[in-house]
Ligand binder design. Structure first.
Ligand code: 5CA
Ligand code: ZN
Length: 424
């Protein structure tokens, strides 16, 4: 599927440190790669009601990771999906009297525009689930052959075809995945989250209440595809496993997404991928914190949204939105307020004034003026240490406060590592 245009990322002199980020599985900081190649899979949107600031914050965190990798001289291969067929999208389309394909196409286009406006580095491969149904069906078929999937009878499917479920007990015995590998949660919490986030622990006929759906046989009025498994559509977690494994291979560097996806989605995406390859899914499992609004997690289902497009249409500078988001560490939960954008805009104003002050020679961004100490090193160190953008911002604020002239290298580093072009 079409991605969006790539922002210009200046190359800085020398090289940044290879970044370390927090790994949810081992609960500690981990070096991201030693090979000079980094592979990244980030869960994309379900395209209805795009793009709220929670989405933007999550994609901005992985954009920062990519910027740190590029600065360290790594080759990056980045894949993202679009869940363009799933229950919540179908329900929203029905509510609004829209064709689900039209709703997905229009919201995906809005998302692309918002990502472009925010200068977020696009995936190298942006993959719609509807474009890879045969691939996913073949993978589910392989899991059946491996003895890791089983049929659950259905009463409402067309022709009484069964649905297919993943056998977590058999998969854990086969290894290398085991339940809790990624999420470290206890079983009661898993059962609660499964029920709340698209699972069906109460469904009769499953071997384990937590076993996730791999393949849903066709129902009247629902989209379905003819495949090796018959007529139906994929479950949620398997789409991400297959899209990632078939494009990036096993043991990818980082699997990323919001903390709301930790269980069951990421745990079981990792389980399916490991079952298919016999290898761990990822070396690092990375999760962003949740952005709240009006006291609750910003979410499409609750409707407490602030959309990027609302702010930009009202005249907000996308760089101010970026600075408002980067002011929070990507792993913390925080709340968007009326002040958030205002403080991002004020900071942008002061940084731009700093960047446009001529240096001693009268040249903008005079490279001979080095009054800011080593701001480039400070920025590199901050982003390489678990993407500490608040520390990076504080370093620029400190430089601005001293009144010392911004050098070309300083301005380029702000542009390259934080994605804020102060020359525009
Ligand atoms: N399509 C699936 C993933 S395969 C999905 O979760 N889509 S989504 O549209 O609901 O979310 C897209 C991304 O934004 C996910 O990584 C999710 O974790 C993240 N996200 C959603 N809400 C928030 C929020 N309030 N704060 C931070 N990140 C969020
Ligand atoms: Zn996903």
């Amino acid at each position: 599927m079409k991605s969006w245009s790539r922002p210009w990322v200046p190359r800085l002199a020398g090289a940044g440190l290879p970044p370390r980020i927090f790994d949810t599985s081992s609960q500690g900081l981990a070096g991201t790669t030693t090979t000079g190649v980094a592979t990244l899979y980030v869960c994309g949107i379900t395209p209805y009601d795009a793009t709220h600031l929670g989405h933007a914050a999550t994609y901005l965190a992985f954009d920062t990771l990519i910027r740190a990798w590029l600065d360290a001289g790594y080759t990056v291969n980045y894949v993202q999906n679009s869940t363009d067929v799933d229950d919540p999208l179908l329900e929203r389309a029905t509510e609004r009297g829209l064709d689900w394909r039209e709703l997905a196409a229009s919201q995906t286009e809005l998302f692309r525009g918002d990502m472009r406006a925010l200068s977020i580095i696009p995936p190298d491969d942006y993959v719609a689930v509807t474009a890879v149904i045969p691939e996913v069906a073949a993978a589910v078929d392989a899991l059946v052959r491996l003895g890791l999937a089983y049929e659950v009878p259905s009463t409402d499917s067309i022709d009484g075809e069964p649905d297919l479920y993943f056998d977590i007990t058999a998969a854990a015995e086969a290894g290398p995945w085991h339940l809790g590998l990624e999420s470290n949660l206890d079983r009661p919490t898993m059962l609660r989250l499964s029920a709340a986030r698209g699972g069906d622990p109460e469904r009769p006929g499953k071997h384990d209440a937590l076993d996730p759906l791999l393949w849903r046989a066709a129902r009247t009025g629902e989209p379905a595809w003819h495949t090796v498994l018959g007529l139906g559509r994929p479950g949620w977690h398997i789409e991400c496993s297959v899209i990632a494994v078939n494009r990036l291979g096993s043991s990818i560097t980082v699997q990323g997404g919001g903390s709301d996806l930790l269980f069951p989605h990421h745990e079981f995406s990792a389980a399916h991928a490991s079952a298919l390859t016999g290898e761990p899914f990822a070396r690092i499992y990375s999760h962003t914190g949740m952005v709240a609004f009006e006291g609750e997690k910003m979410s499409k289902s609750l409707g407490n949204l602030v959309l990027v497009s609302q702010l930009t249409h009202a005249g907000a500078d996308p760089r101010a939105i970026r600075l408002a988001l980067l002011a929070h560490h990507y792993r913390t939960d925080w709340e968007w307020t009326a002040d958030s954008l205002a403080s991002g805009a004020a900071r942008l104003e002061s940084w731009r004034a700093w960047a446009s002050t001529p240096g001693v020679s009268g040249v903008l961004g005079d490279p001979s003026a080095s009054g800011n100490g080593d701001l480039v090193t400070a920025l590199r160190t901050a982003v390489a240490e678990d993407l500490d953008t608040p520390a990076a911002i504080a370093a620029v604020d400190a430089a601005v406060l001293t009144g010392a002239t911004a050098t070309t290298a300083d301005i380029d580093a702000v542009h390259s590592l934080l994605g804020i072009d102060l020359r525009a």
